[in-house]
Design a protein around this ligand. Structure first.
Ligand SMILES: *Cc1c(COP(=O)(O)O)cnc(C)c1O
Length: 479
């Protein structure tokens, strides 16, 4: 493809994307395909002769789009918001178009330095002090893995340069709660700690926040057993019920025992752009590492996860390799982001943050976050004021966990009812929510915060939910 052919096909693609985004609301929210439906529309063998971009555009429309669950749809309330603002999409396109290679400062000085700039802008926008330095990772999962690797190396005094964890005579321990994201458990296992050395600390039953008392007791008893407490992963806005572990109190304990404190704020980090919400992570300045995803609620298109540490020297010592073909005469003056995580090659991800912050502007982003927080409070108050409806966890941010509990329905019958109404709505394509288990029973998470979702959409959702829940009761009686 020549640049001129690219120009023409590119204009058509951009037009198609703009129409697609403009008309998204007309489409069903949930992908309407069965397993294998998309795959079976592709030839089993690779294309032998070149095809036209127009054909591919048609197939995007006919084959790909039906296989997409529309997380940019205003009636999408599932999982967490995964906004892909158009301003950041432009930055992402610019990144692809430039075709840069980030493997060292020298391979693309601008890539490194814009990443430094935007990470520092984001630090300031979240009210973090100048002791933090950050980089962009693909996801919070990778950031958590990186955090646990550097925690392991700090506690073990760089065991990687000897026999690794395999040669340690006492086990290193990681502490988190059952409410933590599955990526935390995965990171602990992949970093070599082993499941036996992962402590799920008990939680306050009402808020599902880590019990500081239980953490302190667990650490005491582990120390008495000659084990070595290594890291605590605190959830700042958990995935299930948006629980906030009490960071300031946890930080006092981790500081006293030289335990690494990693803050997983993947979702709730966006709320820290709002000064009035920063009390929710009070104590964060004493942590050792923080990860959060602009690619969720804030809306910088996937993948864009920010990872901050206070001790860059330590991070780099653990992560660096210095092969001769990557050395240059300016190494002492520049950052080498390959030494800040696992991958060598990196994309120019900083461009999407630059575009997003510059074109949309932080004040409009903040206004939108506040709109969503208001909508969530409105929705929660409607639910809790309605007979036989319950809000099951404190609504700290924009996710509301609800259940319809009609008299006489308990245990399995109640589970059946919950899944019946939510699945009926999800299958209809009118809206999408995530059913999820809480203390062994099904509930429904309504996560508000898609860029296109207005109060009107949330009002419609509440009508839809009430209608479907009562229809299910009538149906059940008939049977
Ligand atoms: C979404 C989420 C993650 C995982 O994020 P990825 O970037 O998809 O790896 C981790 N922790 C929490 C609290 C999350 O909400």
């Amino acid at each position: 493809m020549t640049p001129d052919e690219f120009r023409q096909a590119g204009h058509e693609l951009i037009d198609w994307i703009a129409d697609y985004r403009a008309d998204l609301e007309q489409r069903p929210v949930r992908a309407s395909v069965k397993p294998g439906d998309v795959r079976s529309q592709f030839s089993r063998t690779p294309p032998e002769s070149p095809r036209n971009p127009e054909d591919l555009l048609r197939e995007l429309e006919q084959i790909i789009v039906p296989g997409i669950t529309q997380v940019q749809h205003p009636m999408h309330y599932g999982w967490f918001p995964s906004n892909a603002s158009l301003a950041s999409t432009l930055g992402d396109i610019a990144s692809s178009g430039l075709g840069t290679l980030g493997i060292s400062w020298e391979s693309c000085p601008a890539l490194t330095e814009v990443e430094e700039v935007v990470c520092d802008w984001m630090r300031q926008l979240m009210g973090l002090s100048g002791q933090w330095e950050g980089c962009i990772q693909d996801t919070a999962s990778t950031a958590c893995l990186t955090a646990l690797l550097i925690a392991r190396e700090r506690t073990s005094d760089y065991s990687e340069s000897r026999g690794g964890l395999q040669a340690e005579d006492r086990p290193l321990l990681v502490y988190t709660t059952e409410e933590a994201h599955s990526s935390v458990v995965k990171a602990a296992l992949l970093a070599g700690f082993g499941r036996d050395n992962l402590r799920l600390v008990s939680m306050d039953p009402g808020t599902r926040a880590m019990s500081v008392r239980a953490l302190a007791d667990q650490i005491e008893s582990d120390l008495a057993d000659s084990a070595v407490p290594c890291a605590v992963v605190a959830s700042i806005g958990s995935t299930g019920v948006t629980a906030f572990d009490p960071l300031a109190e946890i930080a006092r304990i981790t500081a006293a025992h030289a335990i690494w404190l990693h803050v997983d704020a993947a979702m709730a980090g966006s709320a820290m752009l709002l000064p009035e919400y920063r009390h929710l992570w009070e104590g964060v300045e004493v942590a050792d590492s923080i990860a959060w995803n602009p690619h969720k609620w804030m809306g910088t298109i996937l993948d864009c996860s920010l990872f901050y540490v206070r001790d860059v020297q330590h991070l780099v010592r653990v992560m660096s390799t210095n092969p001769s073909y990557l050395r240059s005469s300016v190494d002492n003056e520049v950052k080498q982001y390959r030494d800040w995580g696992v991958p060598l090659g990196r994309r120019f991800r900083a461009l999407k943050l630059w575009y997003h912050l510059s074109i949309d502007g932080i004040e409009s982003i903040r206004d939108r976050l506040r709109r969503d927080l208001d909508n969530a409070q409105w929705f929660a108050s409607q639910v809790s004021q309605s007979e036989h409806w319950r809000v099951l966890a404190p609504v700290h941010l924009q996710t509301v966990c609800i259940r319809h509990e009609p008299p006489g329905l308990t245990a399995e019958a109640l589970d059946h009812h919950t899944l019946a109404w939510v699945n009926t709505i999800n299958q209809s394509g009118d809206a999408f929510m995530s059913p999820s288990q809480l203390d062994g029973y099904w509930m429904v998470r309504v996560s508000i915060g898609v860029e296109a979702t207005t109060r009107n959409h949330v009002e419609n959702l509440w009508k839809l939910i009430q209608r479907n829940a009562s229809d299910q009761l009538i149906l059940a009686e008939k049977n």
